[in-house]
Design a binder for this molecule. Structure first.
Ligand SMILES: Cc1cc2nc3c(=O)[nH]c(=O)nc-3n(C[C@H](O)[C@H](O)[C@H](O)COP(=O)(O)OP(=O)(O)OC[C@H]3O[C@@H](n4cnc5c(N)ncnc54)[C@H](O)[C@@H]3O)c2cc1C
Length: 493
């Protein structure tokens, strides 16, 4: 789309995340771009890759990942033996970076709280407070118990993604930003279903498709379609799943089937609506607006550029304030767990010996908690039974459920199974066998009664059933209807 500025900004942020802000969570991943045309394609793609390598450089510093490399057919097959050799003439290998987005968000919130921010979850803004034309705060509803209260503020920043149209409408009918929801789904399949030491990026008619290494799994995605149904629970339909399988099977020696799919998940991209009808062609750029005094709105953008979006929104808000606010310094603030991460990583064998936890598990903890992994190991020291892996989800330990509840704001079993961990998409049974154990570990920490504990388990099982059912439906409408009815928030009893 010739959005060079946008690509450069994203690459510079990626480099900052890899090297300073979140080296414990963001890691480089090699990808192959298979070439199908002789002569013109290699120099054309090579130029693009060169640009990608150099746009991310800031002040001569490394951009945090190795540069691209050309491979011939033999080298390509050595890197990805399961690729069909008749669909490519060679490839270009380049590096990108990946992150578990939910872990990243929790880490950003915890870091902000560490520096004095107040964070609250499960509070919905139901209205804004006004003094004349000015917005002076928000009226919020606690979704756990239904109570409402007011929060006053000098400036309010509205950053509600795909809900921007609705939240803007609470304050003005002169809403400046229009946001469209574009649904993207991903499939999770076991790593052993095909052999490759690298990820893949494949061209499709509208966009590209990624096959991304993810621990003991592959993630395959994504789709890009307009979504006008329930925004809280975008549902993957059978058509979406078949589309991804069909596209990836074009390049694999042994095709994947529905039986190979361990998990499926769907998300919504908040895209700034323009004239273009195709969501794949809308820019991923972000925009900050100030529709009425006291209220700033930020929307669009990419996950990678979250820090720039936040900086721009706060700058806009503080411009309207009387007191002087120092310039943003978030490009120099490592997230919690980043400081000392490499030193702790080097000591991982010693940590394993001292804690009695296998070094592979210590590595897993370091990759999730960085230098804070010691806090999880301390829980195990105090209660050795917390070193037990969860049933059906061997990658995760009981201690992680406790830590998610005491340190990471988890309020319900689905918070733990879907976001603090990824059991809901990584386990064959989607967390069905883990959920009673998770509920038992959380219950005493959150003061749940027996009824509440059972309610949590039943609710999670209903959610898994609804998601499975929705994924068998032929289209968005029927998938949405099947997914509806199981809400996310449980009332406190
Ligand atoms: C399939 C897919 C693949 C993607 N891949 C990439 C990628 O590779 N790289 C990349 O950089 N980006 C990627 N993105 C984009 C990225 O995920 C989004 O840009 C980002 O998550 C948007 O974040 P947001 O906070 O602006 O909005 P959202 O994530 O939509 O968050 C909005 C929040 O507002 C809250 N909210 C809504 N209404 C209210 C209310 N009334 N009161 C209080 N809170 C409210 C919601 O609960 C929600 O938490 C991808 C997105 C998808 C769907």
């Amino acid at each position: 789309m010739l959005d060079f500025g946008l690509v450069q900004e994203a690459l510079q942020e990626r480099s900052l995340l890899l090297t300073r802000i979140a080296p414990h969570l963001v890691r480089p991943v090699p990808f192959l771009y298979p070439l199908t045309h002789r002569f013109w394609e290699r120099p054309y793609v090579g130029m693009g890759m060169l640009l990608y390598d150099t746009l991310g450089l800031t002040g001569g510093r490394s951009n945090g990942v190795p540069v691209h490399k050309h491979l011939f057919r033999r080298g390509t097959l050595r890197a990805a033996p399961s690729l069909r050799d008749d669909v490519m003439i060679g490839s270009v290998r380049y590096y990108d970076a990946q992150v578990d987005d939910a872990r990243m968000v929790v880490n950003v919130v915890r870091t902000a709280a560490h520096y004095g921010a107040h964070a609250a979850n499960r509070l919905a803004v139901v209205d804004f407070l006004h003094e004349g034309e000015h917005v002076v705060g928000a009226r919020v509803k606690n979704q756990e118990d239904g109570t409402e209260f007011a929060i006053r503020a000098k400036q309010v920043i509205n950053a509600t993604g795909v809900w921007t149209d609705e939240t803007q409408a609470l304050v003005t009918d002169r809403g400046q930003l229009k946001v469209r929801a574009s649904k993207g789904i991903h499939l999770v399949v076991p790593r052993d279903r095909f052999q490759s030491t690298v990820g893949l990026i494949l061209r499709t008619e509208k966009s590209v498709l990624f096959v991304i290494p993810w621990g003991r799994h592959w993630i395959i995605g994504t789709t890009d379609t307009d979504w006008r149904l329930d925004k809280a629970h975008p549902a993957a339909s059978s058509k979406d799943i078949d589309y991804l399988l069909e596209r990836v099977n074009k390049v694999l020696k042994r095709p994947l089937t529905r039986e190979d799919v361990e998990g499926v998940y769907a998300g919504l991209r908040p895209l700034l609506a323009g004239e273009n009808d195709s969501t794949a062609k809308l820019s991923r750029e972000h925009v900050v607006a100030h529709p009425v005094p006291g209220l700033v709105v930020v929307a669009g953008g990419k996950f990678t550029t979250y820090r720039v979006m936040a900086r721009d929104a706060v700058d806009e808000a503080t411009r309207a304030m009387d007191e002087r606010v120092p310039a943003s310094c978030t490009d120099r603030i490592p997230l919690l767990g980043a400081d000392g991460f490499r030193a702790v990583w080097n000591r991982r064998q010693r940590l394993a010996d001292r804690s009695g936890v296998h070094v592979a598990r210590v590595e897993h903890l370091l990759n999730r908690y960085g230098s804070l992994a010691g806090e999880v190991l301390d829980l195990i020291k105090a209660r050795p039974e917390l070193a037990e892996p969860l049933p059906g989800a061997d990658d995760y330990l009981g201690a992680e459920v406790v830590y998610a509840t005491t340190h990471e704001g988890a309020r319900h079993v689905h918070d733990v199974l879907t976001r603090r961990t990824r059991i809901a998409i990584e386990a064959w049974d989607r967390g069905v066998s883990a959920v009673p154990v998770v509920a038992d570990l959380m219950a005493p920490l959150l003061g749940w009664s027996h009824v509440q504990r059972d309610n949590e388990v039943a609710h999670y099982l209903a959610r898994v059933r609804a998601e499975r059912l929705s994924q068998q439906q032929p289209d968005d409408e029927s998938a949405d209807a099947a997914r509806m009815g199981v809400d996310d928030i449980l009332p406190v009893k």
